[in-house]
Design a protein around this ligand. Sequence first.
Ligand code: ATP
Ligand code: MG
Length: 469
Amino acid sequence: MSEGAGKKEEKPRKFQAIRGTRDLLPPETLLWNRVEQTAHEVFGTFGYGEIRVPIFEPTELFARAVGGETDIVSKEMYTFSNPKSLPAMVREGRTEGTLAEMLPEAEMISLRPEATASVCRAYIEHNMQQQPQPVKLYYMGPMFRRERPQKGRYRQFYQIGAEVLGGSDAPAIDAEVIEMVMTFFGRLELQGVQLDINSIGDRNCRPKYVELLRAELLKVKDKLGPDSQRRIETNPLRVLDSKLESEQAIIAKLPHIADHLCEECAAHYAAVKHQLEMRGVIYRENWRLVRGLDYYMRTTFEITAQGLGSQNAVCGGGRYDGLVELLGGPPTKGIGFAIGEDRLILSLQESTSSLSASGKGAVATGRDVYIAWMGERAHATAIRAAKDLRKAGFSVELPPVEQKFGKALGQADKLGAKYALILGDNEVSEGLWTLKTLADGSQAKLTEPDLLNFLKREKAKADPSLRSG
Ligand code: ATP
Ligand code: MG
């Protein structure tokens, strides 16, 4: 296509990221990478393997798994049509119609609002029940929900999650999943971590409790706000979730689910708590903890952290036995969690102790070496030096055009470089290069091999973990 052919002269237009989406920029992305790397490492030590699932799936998958009545499915999904039979329609020359006319033949697809449904779909699709059970998978990546954007709540946000699928619902599985998240948060030195757990029963006992709750709520209906009033009909459990000040005293008097669990659920819950204690995981029981997704049963948990205001949940999870079956798979037990990576990172950034150790300071974007070169001969040497230093793992800035040394040193300073390698005609002909330590201004003349050894030694001094290796 010839560029701009037939195009009207267009006025320049500035674009901004769509509301609820954002760019993640350096140096913050260093922290994102560190968090993700830590997840790979910690989850790996628990025997989990990474799964990557598509960004979009049939809308029906989410409607079934997450639940048609949930906020997520009823109003938060980005859904569009995928003209399924388009190739056939094109062959038949039926491409004249508008999209609306093609819709009846189209499949509705949605950007994933969460990943558990996809992981279960993949488990079934790839016959993972034939692998040694349970299958332990983790994932990380963007999710999409059309919510009101605010601090810690975005329309494109990131989750790191894990799922355990298989034949067993042994309480030790629940406890180990929770232990793994807490280990991960511990490794990151996340501050103010609070783990809340609850059991919301199963198909046997929960419906009876929900009815009891509904009956109790109807008695106090006119004292509740409009949201809770509506939820008495649609989902009474969600009333327990209410943050409305005026409703707190009323909610406090409602019956607790713990008193209405069936024998099996009560025993399972007691065993999960015991297993947590054996692992030294500190928890708080929170009878009002219910999760917004339909698939949860028995164990549910949520983890909050500091510095996040009202959006302080960094992780939500629970057991979802039966979900795989609901999606056409074999009877399978399941449990998992999803960490809100955006919030996790916000919390890490808010707590000063992690600042020095993570993205904003120490691991900053600063280069190790800024090469200040002058003259064509020096340029050739500088290119070679940059190549060798980068190969040895140093971050090197090589200015593309010649600069006066003074300006080069100023630039090196601004970029936070540790050293300036000065290469002029003299250095090149003598084979002795000048290395200036920018922190104290000291200078040394070094041969090329000496320079590399010197830098390696200094790096090992700064990072003791490198010394043994
Ligand atoms: P919340 O009650 O905060 O809306 P949720 O119950 O909708 O959370 P889940 O669906 O369980 O959350 O997702 C797990 C985690 O993902 C949450 O604890 C949170 O950290 C994060 N999360 C959920 N929605 C968003 C969002 N819109 N923006 C950023 N993070 C989110
Ligand atoms: Mg939500």
